[in-house]
Design a binder for this molecule. Structure first.
Ligand code: PMP
Ligand code: GLU
Length: 394
């Protein structure tokens, strides 16, 4: 008998975290690795947020917190949802968690029974499929391609629905493709869902503010979808707070209550100091952190320009987030520097070895023709990395 559960044995390791760990390991061995694998702003958390945390330490915030978050943080989240998304939530509809990743895990654990199907438009964020599987749900991948800007169409959604479909999960702006669903595109999906009232939607909006085209639409803004949509968000990306571990949801009260119950048995409430700092972050005008978005926008242009000069990299123009997701299938079946490239994983590993550049295989995002490159890195690192990649594939 195995000493470990089938659950963990069958689970994939998070490819983003694994690649980041591998890059760290190689760096420790003295290799000059440029890490473009992890989706993590290279900015420091802004000072006004750090000051709030220091104040919280000095004010002796050190006790257990309410499982679903401090009331004044939940109030700040309610104000944020109204201000940015025109969504009206009440206190029992909000749950604060240890990162949006925990928010997603809570949702899966409280909504899914064994065999329930969850539709995941591909490419999807790396952890969706495995979180669904941990909850014994069945991920149903809907393939998309560059031709539709990696977005799922209404007819694809319709075709994927079965009597077992329980949920649809997507991110917009999307990690990894950077694509953004317009209000019209979401409405077209909502029209399909209108015929299937049992399906609950998870709208992951963690890249909401990292948007280069302007409009952000939320599924819950449609009155007929409000009661069946869980809106997931967090502070990791827009506020450069990945390590602080705070995410949150707004959604139907029955789901929020269940998440509260689940979290109460697993982690309890989120870290007290981080929660106090997040109140300050969310209460600030978004313009206070726009300098980071402006910088990501410059880097997006830079990396797209540099990639357009490397043969065999076919890119969409990402509208948000900080990733490019080039199709590199041109190299499949070819030999580069003595290494036979059969798939995106081989290609990503080849770049790590030959160019000392860490990327993530598209396999982990449900798209085996692509790799993900994060441009949340310095201009110098992006330039040097693309130079090395170009050399490694020529
Ligand atoms: N959703 C998406 C689409 C993400 O890219 C990430 C990455 N961090 C998360 C959720 C989880 O974020 P957090 O750091 O809040 O757990
Ligand atoms: N969301 C980031 C990424 O996609 C962080 C890594 C993770 O949480 O898996 O790279």
């Amino acid at each position: 008998m195995s000493k470990l559960s089938t659950r963990v044995t069958n689970m994939a390791t998070s490819a983003t975290l694994a690649m980041a760990a591998k890059a760290r390991e190689l760096r420790a061995e003295g290799k000059d690795i440029i890490g473009l694998s992890l989706g993590e702003p290279d900015f420091n958390t802004p000072d006004f947020i750090k000051d709030a945390a220091i104040q919280a330490v000095n004010d002796n915030y050190n006790s257990y917190t309410p499982v679903d978050g401090y009331v004044d943080l939940k109030e700040a989240i309610i104000t944020k949802f109204k201000r940015d998304n025109n969504l009206d939530y009440k206190l029992p509809q909000i749950v604060v968690s240890t990162g949006a990743k925990q928010s997603l895990a809570n949702i899966a654990l409280v909504c899914l029974d064994p065999g329930d199907e969850v539709i995941l438009p591909c490419p999807y964020w790396v952890s969706y499929a495995d979180i669904v599987k941990i909850a014994e749900g069945v991920p149903v991948e809907v393939k998309t391609s560059i031709e539709t800007d990696f977005k799922m169409t209404a007819s694809q959604l319709e075709a994927a629905i079965t009597p077992k479909t329980k949920m649809l999960w997507y991110s917009s702006p999307c990690n990894p493709s950077g694509s953004i669903y317009s209000k019209e595109e979401l409405r077209a999906l909502a029209d399909v869902l209108a015929k299937h009232p049992q399906i609950v939607v998870v709208s992951d909006e963690i890249y909401e503010h990292i948007n280069y085209v302007g409009a952000h639409a939320s599924m819950a803004q449609f009155p007929d979808m409000y009661d069946r949509t869980v809106t997931v968000n967090g502070v990791s990306k827009a506020f450069a707070m990945t390590g602080w571990r705070v995410g949150y949801i707004g959604g139907p009260e029955y789901i929020a209550r269940a998440c509260n119950k689940m979290q109460g048995q697993i982690t309890s409430g989120t870290n007290c100091i981080a929660q106090r700092a997040v109140i300050t972050a969310l209460e600030a005008p978004v313009s206070k952190v726009k300098y980071m978005v402006d910088e990501f926008k410059n880097r997006r242009k830079l990396i797209l320009d540099l990639l357009s000069d490397i043969p065999g990299f076919q890119c969409n123009e990402p509208e948000g987030a900080f990733y490019v997701f080039p199709n590199i299938s041109h190299y499949f079946g070819k030999t580069l520097g003595g290494t036979k490239i059969e798939n995106a994983t081989d290609f990503s590993l080849y770049l790590l070895e030959a160019a000392n550049v860490a990327t993530v295989t598209g396999v982990a995002f449900g798209n085996p023709d692509c790799i993900r490159i994060s441009y949340a890195a310095s201009v110098d690192n992006i330039k040097e990395a693309m130079k090395r990649v170009k050399e490694a594939v020529s």
